[in-house]
Structures are given as structure tokens and as C-alpha cells.
Ligand binder design. Structure first.
Ligand code: FES
Length: 141
């Protein structure tokens, strides 16, 4: 997945389009991450001034939600469910296998809502049920 390089003018236009939304800080952070793949360090001050909130408030929201990134996203991301049903179906060993075999960022998540098809994984945004190393590698191609 590729994203455009950070551009503060583009970021300002994204924020302007969200000005009338309730709870604009989280929505703004999500919108900037969706556009650029992460939340650039300049975004905190930009959001604070746009919505008349403190930088501390923006930083607090940014650091509270684990899905918000402050560094550019890697080319590929694999999330492997580590909750109970998936653990029972071998998610831990799958995670070890995947970490040793692919160059993607591999991280744990806790329940993808796909427990009936455990172990579950998300590869570059696509949900995979009964995940195996082969399925994940195939999806990364
Ligand atoms: S426990 Fe893994 S998807 Fe629910």
C-alpha cells in the first residue's frame, strides 16, 4: 500500500472539510492517517489550531489509540489475532512462522470478529480466515 508524502496544505484542506463534524480531533487524526498512511508530527499543531484545542489534547488522543501511527506505514502489514479462539487454533505458532518468513510488519490484535474461522489474520487490510503461512504469503504477493 503506498501513500502520498506528507503535505501540510493537503492536510489543511482535509481538516477544513471536517470542521463541522462533532469530535473533530479523532476524526481528523483518522482522516490524515487514511490519506498519508500515518499522522505526521506537524499534524498535532495543525489540528490544535484548526479546532481550537490544546496540543496536549490532540497528543492524548493520538497516543491513546494504538491504530494511529506516528511513523510512515510499512509497505505491508500483517495483523494476527491473539485472542482465545485463535490461540486455540495455533495463532502463536502462526505468528512465529510469519515473522520469520515475510518482510512485512507483523503485529498482534485481539479478536477480529472472525473467531469461527480461527486463526484469523488481516493482510494489508484484507481479512483472512483459517490463516496459514501459505495464505498470508500468497496475499502479500
Ligand atoms: S478470537 Fe481471533 S477472531 Fe476472534
Amino acid at each position: 500500500m503506498t501513500y502520498p508524502v506528507w503535505d501540510s496544505q493537503v492536510a489543511e484542506s482535509i481538516l477544513a472539510s471536517l470542521a463541522s463534524d462533532p469530535g473533530p480531533v479523532l476524526i481528523s487524526l483518522q482522516a490524515l492517517q487514511e490519506h498519508f498512511g500515518y499522522v505526521h508530527s506537524e499534524a498535532v499543531a495543525l489540528i490544535a489550531s484548526t479546532f481550537n484545542v490544546s496540543r496536549a489534547d490532540v497528543h492524548g488522543v493520538l497516543t491513546f489509540y494504538h491504530e494511529l501511527r506516528t511513523t510512515p506505514a510499512p509497505e505491508h502489514q500483517v495483523h494476527i489475532c491473539a485472542a482465545e479462539a485463535c490461540q486455540a487454533m495455533g495463532a502463536r505458532s502462526l505468528q512465529s512462522e510469519v515473522e520469520g518468513a515475510v518482510s512485512a510488519e507483523v503485529s498482534k490484535v485481539y479478536c477480529l470478529g472472525n473467531c469461527a474461522l480461527a486463526p484469523a489474520a488481516v493482510v494489508d487490510g484484507k481479512l483472512i480466515g483459517r490463516a496459514t503461512l501459505a495464505k498470508i504469503v500468497e496475499e502479500l504477493k
